[in-house]
Design a binder for this molecule. Sequence first.
Ligand code: GLC
Length: 435
Amino acid sequence: MKKATKFSSALLALTLGLTACSSGQDTGTKETTDKKDDAKKSEEVVKIVYARGKDATKATEEIVKAFEAKYPNIDVEFREMPSDTGAQHDAYVTMLNAKSSEIDVMDLDVIWPAEFAQAGYVLPLDRFIEKDGIDLSAYNQGALAAGNFDGKQWAMPKFIDTGLLFYRKDIVPEDKVPKTWDELLTAAREFKGQGGTQFGYLMQAKQYEGLVCNAIEFIAAYGGKIVDENNNVVVNSPETIKGLKKMVEIATSDVVPSNITTFTEPESHTAFIEGQSSFIRNWPYQYALANDPEQSKIVDKVGVAPLPAGDKGSAAALGGWMTAINAYSKNKEAAWEFVKFMTGPEGQKISAIYGGLAPTLPELFKDEEVLKANPFFAEQGFVDGLNAAVPRPVVPNYPEVSEIIQINVSKAIAGQITVEEAVANMEKEIKAVMQ
Ligand code: GLC
């Protein structure tokens, strides 16, 4: 993106613990044997299993490759989990409830660390952080805070997500990039069908966590909130109703695929890189994916802009992922080396270049290679937008709150209830689970 102004108006040791165990009986022979054992042990390869959702980009593969080259005695096996964050959450909960040690390292959605810490599923990382002198002040403090619970750090921030509008710059002229949700609907109608597209707009409207993110963006753009700063439930407001009505209007319009209520991130990004739509709402990784010649039919044809505004302005949901260690892991030291590498400058740089992921280490926004891969990271408005992104309610039983939002918003999109009814239900039901 060439215009630096695009966003400005819109917001925004391996200690493979293989230390010698000296018995204290240091006879010459024993020493020799110990030394031999140590040499053998240091050649031993420890295998750790790293779990995360399907990575549509090459980032995970490249991180593992770089890590294994640097740490030849740690072998990382990748375990692919469901890409739907809710399904992934449930798979971990099942595994960790059974105290399983089958995975060592896992990525956590920013909405989970408190729950996982409280349940004892993940290891506090403070002793590792201290031992290796990790400078936590180098991290985006909001992203870091998402992994902090009860005064301890349970997960390290890997990347920040924020909703963005991607558009086909070969179809949509700069001055037609919509600034409001009403303009989006008009532009999506105008450009639907052009340049071989079938759709005007793609979003995530299936009943799952991504629907909550899309809904929060509409709600906040029109000045509404689900809970306030003190966790009072304030969802039943004219602002929230107006925002959700706009969402329903778009999700039921002729600009989106008729089966949009089956779309999560993979369905929407696939249709977009296949060249089927003029616009899409997605997370930053969309850019790297759209420019991957092995997968995309729209290389070099994608522009990025802030999400359209409502009455209050443009609002983007705050997302992102962190990395944690399974409390039942049998290879905790090796697991930490991988966490440290992946969430440190080297790993985050690979994530940014190959995965289009926004770093939680702000210094990387100045890195030339990172900027070459993601030109929009250079815009102050993008960085400001990341800092201003709207979090989901921060409550210990977030999964229950999320389910209530998912069900009611889905029913409103399906026309089974009105938006007013959806909002009244949410108020009553969220209050009940937050008591
Ligand atoms: C992205 C976000 C995550 C969010 C999910 C919803 O992965 O990083 O925070 O919950 O999308 O689908």
